[in-house]
Ligand binder design. Structure first.
Ligand SMILES: Cc1cc2nc3c(=O)[nH]c(=O)nc-3n(C[C@H](O)[C@H](O)[C@H](O)COP(=O)(O)OP(=O)(O)OC[C@H]3O[C@@H](n4cnc5c(N)ncnc54)[C@H](O)[C@@H]3O)c2cc1C
Length: 440
């Protein structure tokens, strides 16, 4: 194995997007992934237009994405009788040059893996390789410590290490040994997919309830022509009054429906039957809504963090997966400018660490779902005419302030130059060891 390699710890969405990007710009890389087998795990996630733009630039096409999901049409909050509180178009319908996609996380992950294997070969991802830490070598290179599937240990030497090993990142734990434990605000989410009839359009995100108890759901497949049923991704969420009482057994585990469906027993209306939606799911996962306190930097010499390892955040803004893809592209752009060097890691860190850290803290609030709380307080969630509960101006003002903070800037994105210019490559002679202005 050549020590000119960039080593990527973690073959999730962020790690694979990074590998595809580095391959595109001519930087040799390898992904070390802990699991022994790549499997299509998870349920739905949203790919925002800024991430879809990057995927297109990576040669992941619209047809590819249509195989694993569908373009989202609208985002809507509704009352307990299904009447609209607020809605807005999404993706192309909102004026973006790129769609927003609602996809099956596992199938999308497999798509990235398949493209990587086609382009670099099967050896691009070394399965059964759990990264346990790193060593900064005196010659400027980095030694990556691995626990193999058979429990033996080994070390791989590389020019840079990208820690894309998710929310429980071993790389981050070494880089920031004093970081506080995972932050949990007391909310538990149960996620699943159920074949059911889509509500409103055939591609609407719908949210109802309150900030403390709600369900959101959206299709991640087109309706089947014969039955009209689509795969609906749903997330049922409850904030516990006494979080200490909750039996926390892991961070993302399959659970029995009977463990939690009682929270939604009364959520049956003529337009929506929440317990039935939940009960008909194939499998259900429980995960507490967790994130991590921001850290001041994502770089330690030849090592950088990316994706959830850098910025695990609440899913309030549906942007965790998208940000991991954008991270990969910003890192690639920095390498085009500075070579695959520590300077590129510093440029990437300078560009993203501070603003994304602010986003983590902002996502801890109710976000756009705060509007549901106002409606609940004023009407109990059921109303005939929303204007009598909260005026159009007040609704628009509430959402505008959230969107300004979350940076959903359509014109800015549409006008932005590609993150990585088409055909850009990293010059071969710009290796890590030649960097003169490296951070320690
Ligand atoms: C199994 C799974 C299911 C998920 N399901 C959903 C979902 O349904 N909805 C949703 O919104 N988000 C889900 N997520 C999270 C979502 O994918 C991420 O928030 C987001 O895509 C950012 O991606 P990431 O690559 O940074 O992290 P992840 O997608 O979490 O990927 C991290 C990768 O690193 C690997 N890894 C971890 N530790 C090590 C180590 N020490 N050495 C080597 N490899 C390591 C993991 O196996 C994983 O493949 C899921 C994540 C996982 C791992």
């Amino acid at each position: 194995m050549t020590d000119d390699l960039v080593i990527i710890a973690g073959g999730g969405i962020g790690g694979l997007a990074t590998a595809l990007t580095l391959h595109q710009i001519g930087v040799p890389c390898i992904v070390l992934e802990a699991v022994r087998e790549m499997r299509p795990l998870g349920v739905g996630i949203n790919l925002q237009p800024n991430a879809v733009r990057e995927l297109y630039d990576l040669g992941i096409t619209q047809e590819d994405l249509n195989q694993v999901g569908l373009p989202a049409k609208e985002w809507a909050l509704v009352g307990l009788n299904g009447n609209e509180i607020y809605s807005e178009p999404r993706g192309l319908l909102a004026g973006y040059n790129w769609p927003q996609y609602a996809v099956h996380r596992g199938q999308f992950h497999m798509l990235l893996h398949q493209r990587l294997v086609e382009r670099i070969g099967r050896s691009a991802v070394r399965l059964g390789s759990r990264v346990t830490g790193y060593r900064k070598n005196p010659d400027g290179s980095v030694g990556v410590l691995i626990e193999n599937a058979d429990r033996s240990t080994s070390e791989v030497k590389g020019t840079l290490l990208i820690g894309a090993d998710g929310i429980h990142s071993a790389i981050r734990a070494q880089m920031h040994p004093a970081q506080p434990p995972i932050h949990w605000g007391g909310a538990v989410m149960w996620r699943g997919t159920t074949w059911a009839k889509p509500i409103r359009t055939d591609a609407s995100f719908v949210g109802l309830g309150t900030h403390r108890q709600r369900i959101v759901f959206y299709p991640i497949s087109r309706p089947k022509p014969r039955t009209g049923l689509a795969m609906i991704n749903w997330i049922a969420e409850v904030t516990l009054d006494n979080p200490g009482s909750w039996n926390q057994r892991g961070w993302f585990r399959q659970v029995s429906i009977d463990d939690f469906v009682h929270h939604f027993d009364n959520w049956v209306w003529n337009w929506l039957d929440v317990p039935a939606l939940i009960r008909q799911a194939d499998s259900v996962y429980e995960n507490p809504m967790i994130d991590r306190d921001p850290v001041p930097t994502w770089q330690d010499g030849p090592v950088a963090l990316l994706g959830d390892a850098a910025h695990a955040m609440y899913p309030t803004g549906s942007n965790g997966g998208s940000q991991a893809i954008v991270d990969a592209r910003v890192l690639g752009a920095a390498m085009v400018e500075h070579g695959a060097t520590r300077r590129s890691l510093a440029a990437y860190d300078d560009k993203l660490c501070r603003p994304i850290s602010q986003l983590i803290l902002r996502n801890r609030g109710a976000g756009p779902f705060g509007l549901l709380n106002i409606v609940d307080q004023r009407s109990g969630g059921t109303f005939d005419n929303i204007d009598e509960v909260i005026s159009r101006e007040e609704r628009a003002e509430f959402m505008a302030s959230y969107k300004a903070a979350a940076g959903f800037a359509i014109e800015k994105l549409n006008k932005a130059a590609p993150t990585i210019p088409n055909g850009a490559r990293v010059a071969a002679e710009r290796s890590a060891h030649s960097s003169t202005t490296a951070k320690p």
